[in-house]
Write a protein of this length. Sequence first.
Lengths: 221, 721
Amino acid sequence: MTTSLAAQINSVLAALILLTAFGLLVQRRIYGLLHLFAWQGLFLSISTALVGYAAGSHHLYISSILTLALKVILLPYILHALIVRLQIRKEIEAVVNVPTTMLIGIALVIFSYHLTAPIMELSTLVTRSTLAVALATVMLGLLMMITRRHAVTQIIGFLALENGLFFAATSATYGMPLVVELGVALDILIAAFVFGIFFFQIRTTFESLDVNQMAKLKEED
Amino acid sequence: MEKCWQEKGNYHTCYSGAINTNRHKIKMEFSPIILSSLSLLSLLFAAIVVPLVISSQRLLIAISFSLTAVASLLAVAAGCWVVGSGLINKLILPLGLPNLPFHLRLDPLSGFFLTVIGLLGFFVSIYSIGYVKGFLGKRSVTPLVIFYSLFMASMFLVVLADDAFFFLISWEVMALASYFLVMFEDEKTENRRAAFLYLVVAHVGAIAILLSFGVMAGLATGFETFNGYTFDAMREAKFSSGWATVAFFLAFFGFAAKAGVVPLHVWLPEAHPVAPSNVSALMSGVMLKTAIYGIIRITFDLIHVFPWWWGAIVLFLGLISTVMGVLYALMQHDLKRLLAYHSVENIGIILIGIGLAMIFTSFNLPILAALALIAGLYHTLNHAMFKGLLFMGAGAVLHATKERNMEEMGGLIHKMPWTAALFLIGCISISALPPFNGFVSEWLTFQAFLLTPALPNALLNLLIPLGAALLALAAALAAACFVKAYGVTFLGHWRGHHNPPSAPPFMKGGKGGVEVDWFMRIGMILPAIACLGLGVFPTFFIQWMDIIPEQLLGSKIAASAGAFGWMWLTPVSHERASYSGFIVFLGILSVVAVVYLLLHTRRTAVRRAPIWDCGFGKLTNRMQYTATSFSMPIRRIFGFLFNIKEQVRITPPVPPFNKGGGGGLHYHLRVRDRFWNLFYQPVADASFWVSRQFGRLQQGRIHIYLVYSFITIIVLLVFLR
């Protein structure tokens, strides 16, 4: 496989990641979100392995396997278990309606391309064209956290954001040092657990997982 | 930076090349700074180890206050040594941040303040052994012991620190330790409020000092390295006049907030009365002096070139503080609050000396500047002695009567003869009457005032004599105030609503008297002796501390001041003015002795009889002259300076008139500081408003917070890429 072919496949994967990011933004059903998130993780894992192959940096394979194990299998499983435990059936309400969210998302993607244009001219890496996508994924994850009300969707948004960061790391520099990646992976896992405890706490306090309920914590004037 | 590093064990000692190297002698093994470090170590030991080891509260009081007393004596020894010899000692501690070690330096100026703090610290520590026992059984005294020792240590460190970093750390430790001491009896709302006010003012001041050091440290190295944080670097730097002015006024603001210069004095009359009396003695006697030290250090040592109008502003604020302090003091009937306002007055007098010294220095009149600086420093020492004595006396009264309000006291001279006599010495000293020490320093300040016609500036020549007149007014008012304080508290008869105090628990088997124990008595006798000694033999002390103006201003006054031997104090020249404390003392002593002999040798001279009541027949002790009535004429004259609310309410008589149905007359008087409404209320309102506006940011919605970070990221990406 030549480098240019690898770059092209990588671009396709980047496009798929961006597509799933948009999917996360518009999906209303919670299981749908979970599936989309798992798919995003899978694309990310393949892309990492591909970059590792093309660039000859073999520690990326480990990253790829970690991604596969954590983001495609373990985290969706934990979240699934949480959803079952907490008996979440409802469709998810968004703060901003879907078309507006989509428009904002598109604006963010354009903004990302605009931002990374100077970097792309300077970079010599095969993955340079995907940096914009990575940045856009980060921003879309953040946007998802802003626009969704439900605590579970917030954590999915957070994890999507992390996916974007990871993707940016591979595409900008062929990945972070392995130690850092292991640390980040562990952090994500712990974050998921903390979120789990946090959900139970929110539910016992407010009898709902709507984070809007937390406005009650505000100090009265 | 230093060129003469010499390593000795874990410290470096070396003599500065910055200030006249030729004056310094050869280094000794056992230097004053080692002595002062020993003092610091024993204070830290008293603060940290002793409370951990000793569980008995009674033993804890005895051991830790004895330790602080010893530590204070060590500091006094170090200070006296360094002032006497003119040495400059340095020490670099292996502490602090990497590459930013702590510097200590002991020169005559810090040695002088070390002596002042140590001397009063010694007296107060002895006093505390007796005084703190009064808290036994009521509350744990461990915090008092810990923060007292820390407070002492931090005051020593403030005057020893030789870099901005360590200075500020010590300064903050001092503020916090004293905050906890003010808060000691924290169950009272009044105490918590006072302590909070103190903390706010102290921190606003500390920020100003920090900024001032920042300006100087930055300019010293051109904002390139961090080395400018040492005082040595600041000494050698040349500041442009604009930046020097910024640095000076920031520092002056910060130190003035600590010293209680009007209008930054509001915390003082709140915090001093509520603190335990031994702490009030230290806070008023010496903590305020660390601010004076800071002003002198920054002005004469670090910046050292300044225009005359800085001095004029210092002088003006000093005058305002003097007059306002004494006028407010006159309106008080809380004994400790009255003393607190007198601290404002005395800080004003010290600032007058410093301001005059600055004016003289900028017009290149070093001898006159030395005189004014000596006057200020001498008053610093004197004020520490007599204000410490007075606060300890007030503490003794409080201890015995459980009362701070003078209107509820009276006739205590019979119950507490020792306290009464010692308090009287303090009153005479603070009222600047010979032969005690207050007179000498105020007299020196007047001499400095009277020499201002030498200034080549017509405006100052016109205005400064007005300042002298104001100082004279303040001196007279202070005397009036202490006639009131002493007369109402100790003379006459008990005028309180409650029964007069009888033997309190700490004086088992007392014969109806409420005199305090010997620790407290000795703690007050020593400063009283110091007051007398400083007043009778001023020449010795002035010769001793003459090295300070010599190093800071390049001139001294001892040659002229002591020209006629130790008996005569003749600043500048004997034709102008001279004072002999010793002869005045002998004169007063002989007059007192003759009067005493005349009155007490003949049996008929003193006759005790009931008071003549003009046939009224129903005189009670409540009908005595009170503090409020004593100060009434002055309240009428200077009423415009206060926020006075005076109410007289008459309850009409109801029949039957003969059985207690007579009408009542209720008099209500409230005198408040005008500065509170003028400066502080608007600032407080504004800060509440601002915080309410910022409170709107807190919506309690995660989405809003996420939007904040999102917008921040976008803005940063757009503008800073």
